[in-house]
Design a binder for this molecule. Structure first.
Ligand code: ZN
Length: 163
């Protein structure tokens, strides 16, 4: 589990003592509190959200037991991400527009792999929570039809009924 200290506080309550984090694709910013004015297409790399111990417990419960994500309550001001302009200033060069589709595909593939291996003892619940949130967010944003964990459950049910 992630245990380091960073400057990014809990995205739900702004507590600076965070115990866990996960990544979401830039498009998910539009589901967050105060996310409206953010030009998500200009975000370079994933968006990282940090959680304090209490909120992590809540977020885990929401994802694993209720099939819900916390993004609408996450304050975008407490999310960690880089905008293209920052990079340009830093590198004094113009970078190409970030490829959001490629990034979303990569995060989805990673989530699918986690969901497929969810019963593996080496799969951490943090990874499953992240995979579920990514799937739910991208399906709410209509990037995909069904989140990977829901299709995995549906496939398992179908298989069971065939026996
Ligand atoms: Zn918190």
């Amino acid at each position: 589990m992630y245990a380091g200290r960073t400057e990014t506080p809990c995205c739900l309550c702004a507590n600076e003592d965070t115990v866990s984090r996960f990544e979401v694709p830039p498009r998910a910013v539009t589901l967050m509190k105060n996310g409206g004015p953010i030009a998500w297409r200009d975000i370079v790399g994933p968006v990282t959200l940090q959680f304090c111990a209490d909120d992590w417990e809540l977020v885990t419960e929401l994802a694993l037991e209720m099939d819900m994500h916390p993004l609408s309550r996450c304050n975008v001001a407490h999310a960690s991400f880089s905008l293209r302009e920052d990079f340009e200033a830093l590198l004094s060069a113009t970078k190409d527009e970030p490829d959001q589709t490629k990034q979303e595909t990569e995060l989805l593939e990673r989530s699918r792999a986690v969901i497929e291996n969810r019963d593996d003892p080496y799969t951490e619940s943090r990874d499953i929570v992240e995979a579920i949130v990514i799937g739910l967010a991208l399906s709410e944003l209509e990037v995909i039809d069904t989140p990977p964990h829901q299709s995995a459950v549906a496939a398992a049910v179908a298989e069971k009924n065939n026996i």
